[in-house]
Design a binder for this molecule. Structure first.
Ligand SMILES: [Ca+2]
Ligand SMILES: [Ca+2]
Length: 469
């Protein structure tokens, strides 16, 4: 392409500084401690029976808020470890002293929820999270009035009117329950839900940048309203949320489905690098191959690592930058584009990330690689790494295969359920009740035909949504 828009190179620079800061924080201090993630297993050797361990491993959150940040229990454990004179923070020293360091703080109440650490570990509640404590679930009762109010506020954007509320109060409990679901159905048709609340659920997935998107000046690169419209469409009217990743259509400004490629439209006074959707139908995979997604994430990269990482984070809930979702592939990273990712400190993440990105490599970002194909097009001359990809420990042939495995995964069901639940309860699920409801609901998504509406109906019935003490 022609001149490089200034705002884009800035974005790239700030991305690099953010990344290197993160790497410094993670690895700068003491490189020999990378093996500490093995703690997820060591902890379970001390407490094999606790529900905090599954398949012999606990989650990083048992000791960390977001690694390397420690929670209150992790902090006490660190103090306890550091009482040993020859504890030098090496993996070997960690392994040697962890058992006794854990034992020494069993009587303590690290998170101040009045239950001792050992008591919590035995009960399977997090000793470093005051929102989780034994017996926290089960004390709540479902409050129909609370549900009634919250449904109107969250999905209609306004308080229920007095008349309707009086009618609701006059109903029998069973009639009330049915009326709650009718109210939800009505609210899901409202302007508020359709035009405001629902599209906002996609903000972190789409990450619009006004300076270069459809309102960019002078450069217009990628109309992210296509992304918002597709997202809202797929989450409406009982549609199947897997289409977020499998849709081969777009939704135009009139709300109509468009099947074929959409050409760029010139805009007076602007330099339109792209504002259509160039991909052939059979190369399209919903939200992760729109022109905006590919241009804003891939930018000038030869291997689209940011694109793969954002797809993984947004739709599978796995953030490699936080060491989540690591499935290292042997003999990787090959470092196909010579970025130095083979160094040990980099391979820790890039042995997962690079193979995750191969399937995206024929999809163009802002670099044209010698063709005149538009931004976001599929370049058949760039298939050299396409078939080398992996997703969550399984090889993938191309992006279609990547997407199929992604929508079949538990991670996808969990991520979408968590997104809807976070909206319904106003925050990420954290209390024991909320985690229990989430754990019960996400596996039901296939039986709900992956419908967002049906999952929301299930969510309003939970104690997380309308429980009170
Ligand atoms: Ca406690
Ligand atoms: Ca606790």
């Amino acid at each position: 392409m022609g001149p490089i828009p200034l705002s884009l190179s800035h974005r790239k620079a700030s991305f690099f500084s953010r990344l290197s800061l993160g790497i410094f924080m993670l690895f700068g201090a003491s490189p020999e401690l990378w093996a500490i993630p093995a703690n997820t297993r060591l902890f379970c050797e001390s407490y094999p029976a606790t529900a905090l361990c599954r398949n012999g491993a606990t989650s990083c959150q048992s000791c960390h808020t977001a690694a390397p940040e420690l929670n209150s229990f992790g902090g006490d454990l660190q103090q306890s470890l550091r009482r040993y004179a020859d504890y030098d923070r090496s993996p070997a020293a960690f392994q040697k002293y962890l058992g006794s360091a854990l034992k020494a703080i069993e009587g303590k109440d690290s998170d101040g929820d009045t239950f001792g650490n050992r008591q919590e570990i035995d009960a399977g509640t997090a000793p470093g999270d005051p929102y989780q404590y034994p017996g926290a679930a089960g004390r709540l009762v479902y409050d129909n009035e609370r549900a009634w109010r919250r449904i109107h506020l969250l999905f209609c954007g306004e308080s229920p009117d007095l008349e309707a509320t009086r009618e609701q109060q006059a109903r029998s409990p069973q009639e009330q329950k049915a009326a709650l679901h009718q109210a939800l159905d009505a609210c899901l048709q409202s302007e508020f839900w359709q035009k405001q609340a629902l599209p906002h659920l996609a903000d972190e997935k789409i990450r619009p940048v006004k300076a270069v998107g459809i309102e960019g000046d002078p450069f217009v690169i990628g109309d992210f309203y296509y992304d918002y419209r597709l997202f809202s469409y797929v989450l409406s009217a009982d549609r199947d949320m897997r289409e977020l990743l499998t849709a081969q259509y777009h939704i135009d400004a009139q709300g109509q489905r468009v099947e074929g490629p959409i050409p760029d439209t010139p805009i007076k006074g602007k330099i339109v690098v792209g504002d259509g959707q160039p991909l052939a139908v059979e190369r399209r995979y919903g939200m992760i191959t729109t022109q905006w997604f590919l241009s804003s994430n891939t930018m000038f990269a030869e291997l689209p690592r940011n694109t793969a990482s954002q797809a993984y984070r947004a739709y599978l809930g796995l953030d490699i930058a936080k060491s989540e979702g690591l499935y290292p592939v042997s003999n990787e990273p090959r470092d196909v584009d010579h970025k130095g990712v083979q160094a040990e400190a980099c391979a820790f993440c890039h042995s997962t990330l690079d193979p995750l990105a191969y399937a995206f490599s024929p999809y163009l970002g802002l670099r044209s690689f010698g063709t005149r194909l538009p931004v976001g097009a599929y370049h058949p001359g760039r298939k050299q790494w396409e078939a080398d990809g992996w997703l969550m420990g399984e090889p993938v042939l191309d992006l279609g295969d990547w997407v199929q495995k992604a929508v079949d995964s538990d991670a996808f069901k969990l991520q979408l359920t968590r997104m809807l639940m976070s909206y319904a309860i106003g925050h990420k699920p954290q209390s024991l009740q909320e985690q229990k409801d989430l754990a019960r609901l996400w596996p039901t998504l296939p039986s709900l035909n992956f419908s967002a509406h049906r999952m929301l109906h299930a969510l309003i019935d939970t104690l997380s949504f309308a429980g009170r003490d």
